[in-house]
Design a protein around this ligand. Structure first.
Ligand SMILES: *Cc1c(COP(=O)(O)O)cnc(C)c1O
Length: 963
């Protein structure tokens, strides 16, 4: 038959592209007609300046189907050798409870949500994060906890920052790190200190007191496993008016006295071994706790308890004024994306096991360590320490033989200290494993019986935990940790919380600058494959060949997409990428004898992490104005560049700008900076408007971070994880982060690390890898083009009802737009907050509010939303405009209208009293589309001021559950 389709057509090579891109071809042509253009190309020509358009297509390959992609990736993953890991050093094998694996980690209801900026539709993950904080407080013995930091080592660096801010030893400029702290932590803290200009002293823990310091860091138990009573060390540090920080193992804290009770001022650590896979280094959540007195100095987010409009308890992010969005260059940290999904997993692990279950797990681990130690000692093997929780260090002449025997049996020990090796047992260790360890260390035929030694240890007791350090207080007494221990109860608890949260599996989340696009299921599948999930980050490189191949391919594709020469995948958020990029710039200047170049120009429209990161790199920030069209004011830029010329380090500029337009002068901006000897840092958060169409390297910038959790489909996880790789031109490549345990090829050996693991959050890189594979060069470009089509269609329709703040050439916008609500607010008294809350009644998450301009909404639909969904959003916005008009006309008073009472809960509209100017049905179902898919906020509007005045950052007391 001559009219039959070709095999190629039947195979539908483009299969995935059309699934990732929301609008159908018919919808695209409808949108193009509305925009009065005849093709996508015509719109792109009108929108993107010709001078920055790529001449060559991307070369990341042709799009591959989901099935092909996963089958190839499986073959790559199977090159990883999943050895039994006894490496420890902050990473341990764990049994992820399956009910958590499937219903949290693998569940889009949990992984596609955003940071809980709209708390009324985020009470589920806020409760879980409050559980995380409560667990942190109980285990650390301190008063105030945050809701996750990026990893243990960066948490330690944050502790140093806090110590400097609050220590009364104002003249001191040195921070002490005990030499038995994890190697990677010493590395990351040293990198940070170098940037701040602090001196780092590494020495024997007992020597801390002999130095002029503002703070000190101890590890508890130490990296080689010793359990030391640090009470006197802490007191010694504090006698110098310095701050005592302790990095603790979370599992050990079930059995060991809380460091807070030993006097520590700050306690931090990784929550990984509470049910989060090692994942070749991450992502994992770090916990962080300190004294109440230091609350204004605490890095990262805090979840607090407040009240809603009806007086019910309601949760929200507390004290946001400490954060980088408000305080910018005065911020306590540059942490924006954190590790919410992983913090939730760890909290659920504690909820599921409860205090008794956790204690049993910890005791079992400890018992195995005791048995192993008793057997080895019986055979004359010398142990380095006489105390331990889970880690034994053997001092040995035959280290090489032992480790070779271990490797031959598929077992890894920690071997990075001269003349010793360490063995950390974990939750996954069994009796058979202990026998195998005896076989490896002693050679077969040793005659030891685990059962016999166990009986012995039980009969005689153990002194491996010093009596003074045995934990004797109750932990996790709150009902949330004592109610859900059957799988049925747990499943329903997880579901109950999930149902309170609006995620991408409910409706579009058009947060401008956050790029909430599809996180395809096929992209998510590989992350829980054991070949990716169960590798220790410090395993020998030849066991991680699959990872190296996948990372290598992703690296090369990102090089191609960004137009740079090299990429580092180590930073685990966009802001960490900024920090790593600025360090590279600084080291580059230093290498040329330009150490004095320390001024960073930042346009006023910049994201708050930009100045916060510049401050972390000890740069002096000079703000450049924007003109009335939202573009960088070129005259101001020239004047300021001129003024600081000799000391100019760099500019940080976002492209397309946070005002949603492709600035025409971007090449000129790069030239001006370069003429003055500066470097251009292009914030790549908006890469979704560049991929395949233009690129930072092509435009002329020197370094950028990408947000793989925006443009490249890693889900936002409710506020993390993320990956913030940096791309650089070749002159900056030698200055990218390295790692002191695992050398990262291509960068200078002496470069410090910015993350605990050499490849940061390696376990989620398969998501971006799969996205690029399935889209191919052509699909990626189409995604960018469709993001521009969707944004312009949305802008065009909304502009009939609202002023659009900024536009670029031909009146077009890039991939997002800013709707100006200020004129309506002036006429009606209805605020942007009222609009954001009312959108919840319509089933939508608010767009980004009041960034980068107060009183506005920044809307980014992305390429993944269909025209149908965009039209529903437009319908909601137009209907809300109608409601505001009724306030303006006086039909509704400013005190009594559906906007100021938004959002409406079931309890509110079904209550016995109803004295509103609008009816109950209208409150909840303002347009017919809502009835088909109603989402009920579970609390009414939350009082932020009350919550900050009455800060409570742990689960509310039991009494409050009674009514
Ligand atoms: C999201 C964002 C950042 C920060 O990235 P994180 O991954 O959240 O740290 C920086 N700049 C801009 C413009 C952003 O939108």
């Amino acid at each position: 038959m001559s009219n039959a389709k070709s095999l190629e057509e039947l195979e539908q090579k483009q299969d995935f592209i059309r699934r990732h891109i929301g609008p159908s071809p018919a919808q695209v042509s409808d949108m193009l007609s509305a925009l009065e253009v005849s093709s996508v190309q015509e719109l792109i020509d009108q929108t993107v300046p010709a001078s920055i358009r790529l001449e060559q297509p991307l070369t990341v390959g042709e799009s591959r189907t989901e099935v092909e992609t996963l089958s190839y990736l499986k073959s790559v993953a199977s090159k990883n050798k999943v050895f039994k890991s006894y490496i420890g050093q902050g990473y341990h094998p764990t049994n992820v409870p399956h009910v958590i694996l499937r219903n949290v980690l693998e569940n889009p209801g949990w992984y596609t949500a955003y940071t809980p900026y709209q708390p009324e539709i985020a009470q589920g993950r806020l409760e879980s994060l409050l559980n995380f904080q409560t667990m942190t407080l109980d285990l650390t013995g301190l008063d105030l906890a945050s809701a996750s930091l990026l990893d243990e080592s960066t948490a330690a660096a944050e502790a140093m920052g806090l110590a400097k801010r609050v220590s009364k030893a104002k003249k001191a400029n040195a921070f002490f790190i005990a030499d038995d702290v994890h190697t990677q932590t010493i590395d990351v803290v040293t990198t940070r200190a170098e940037q701040f200009g602090f001196e780092i002293i590494v020495g024997k823990a007992e020597d801390a007191v002999n130095h002029d310091i503002f703070g000190a860091l101890f590890q508890y138990p130490t990296t080689s496993g010793e359990v030391v009573d640090i009470t006197d060390l802490i007191a010694g540090v504090q006698s110098k008016k310095a701050i005592a920080c302790v990095a603790a193992d979370i599992m050990s804290l079930l059995l060991l006295k809380a460091p807070g009770k030993l006097g520590a001022d700050v306690v931090l650590g990784s929550a990984q071994r509470f049910g989060v896979p090692m994942g070749y280094g991450g992502p994992h959540a770090a916990f962080f706790a300190t004294r109440d007195a230091y609350k204004r100095s605490l890095p990262g987010r805090i979840i607090g308890v407040s009240k809603d409009r009806l007086g019910n308890d309601a949760l929200r992010m507390a004290m946001q004024t400490r954060e980088q969005h408000i305080r910018r260059d005065k911020a306590n940290s540059n942490i924006c994306t954190a590790q919410v999904l992983l913090a939730n997993m760890a909290a659920f692990y504690a909820v599921y096991h409860g205090p008794q279950g956790l204690k049993t797990i910890a005791q079992r681990i400890h018992r195995f360590a005791d048995i192993l130690a008793a057997g080895l000692k019986a055979k004359g093997i010398a142990l380095k320490h006489s105390t331990w929780f889970d880690t034994l260090t053997v001092v040995s002449d035959s280290k090489d033989d032992v480790t070779a025997r271990a490797i031959a049996k598929g077992v890894n020990f920690a071997t990075n200290h001269e003349g010793e090796y360490s063995i950390s047992v974990s939750e996954t260790t069994t009796r058979a494993d202990i026998t195998e360890l005896f076989d490896i260390i002693l050679g077969e035929g040793h005659g030891l019986s685990v059962d016999a030694i166990a009986a012995d240890v039980e009969a005689n007791g153990s002194e491996s935990i010093p009596a003074s350090l045995v934990r004797d207080d109750e932990v996790l007494t709150h009902p949330n940790f004592n109610s859900y221990h059957s799988e049925t109860d747990m499943l329903r608890y997880i579901k109950r919380l999930e149902s309170k949260d609006l995620s991408l599996n409910h409706s579009m989340i058009s947060l401008g600058s956050c790029t909430m696009k599809l996180n395809a299921t096929a992209e998510m599948i590989p992350i829980t494959w054991p070949e990716f999930a169960n590798l220790h980050p410090f395993c020998p490189l030849d066991q991680a060949e699959g990872y190296q191949i996948m990372i290598g391919e992703l690296h090369d594709w990102l090089v191609n997409i960004t137009g740079y020469d090299a990429v580092s995948l180590q930073p685990n958020s966009g802001a960490q990428g900024e920090y790593a990029g600025l360090i590279a710039i600084r080291k580059y200047h230093e290498s040329r004898g330009d150490a004095h170049r320390n001024v960073c120009l930042i346009p006023s429209s910049a994201h708050g992490t930009n100045p916060a990161s510049a401050q972390m790199a000890s740069m002096k920030i000079v703000v450049v104005n924007c003109d009335k069209n939202g573009n960088v004011d070129m005259a101001d830029l020239k004047a300021k560049a001129e003024e600081v010329s000799e000391n100019l380090s760099c500019i940080m500029i976002t492209y397309p700008s946070t005002h949603g337009v492709y600035e025409e002068t971007i090449r000129e901006i790069c030239d001006i900076i370069h003429e003055h000897g500066g470097q251009v840092y292009m914030d790549g958060a908006n890469m979704n408007a560049q991929v395949g169409v233009t690129s930072p390297g092509f435009i002329g910038s020197d370094v950028s971070h990408l947000n793989l959790h925006k443009t490249f489909c890693i889900p936002h996880g409710g506020g993390g994880p993320g990956v913030g790789p940096i791309g650089v031109k070749s002159h900056l490549a030698p200055f990218m982060p390295n790692h002191s345990v695992i050398n990262v090829p291509g960068t200078n050996i002496g470069n410090g690390a910015v993350s605990a693991a050499p490849y940061g959050s390696a376990a989620i890189l398969p998501i971006s890898w799969a996205y690029i594979t399935m889209m191919g060069s052509e699909g990626l470009k189409q995604a960018t083009e469709m993001a521009i089509v969707n944004a312009n269609y949305l802008t065009h329709e909304l502009s009939k009802h609202f002023p659009i703040l900024y536009r670029g050439r031909n009146n077009r916008v890039a991939h997002e737009c800013i709707v100006d609500l200020r004129p309506l607010k002036e006429q009606s008294g209805i605020t942007e907050m009222d609009v954001a809350k009312r959108l919840q009644d319509y089933g939508f998450h608010s767009p980004t509010m009041s960034f980068p301009v107060a009183g506005t909404l920044m809307i980014e639909p992305t390429e993944s939303e269909s025209k149908g969904e965009i039209d529903r959003f437009i319908e909601a916005m137009v209907s809300i405009k109608g409601e505001i008009e009724k306030v303006i006309s006086g039909e509704w008073s400013i005190e009594n209208n559906p906007l100021v009472f938004a959002p409406h809960t079931q309890g509110d509209v079904l209550g016995n009293e109803w004295d509103r100017a609008y009816d109950r049905f209208y409150a909840a179902f303002p347009v017919p589309a809502v009835a088909k898919n109603k989402f009920w906020p579970t609390v009414t509007r939350i009082d932020d001021v009350y919550g900050d005045r009455n800060l409570v950052c742990s689960c509310p007391a039991v009494e409050t559950y009674r009514d």
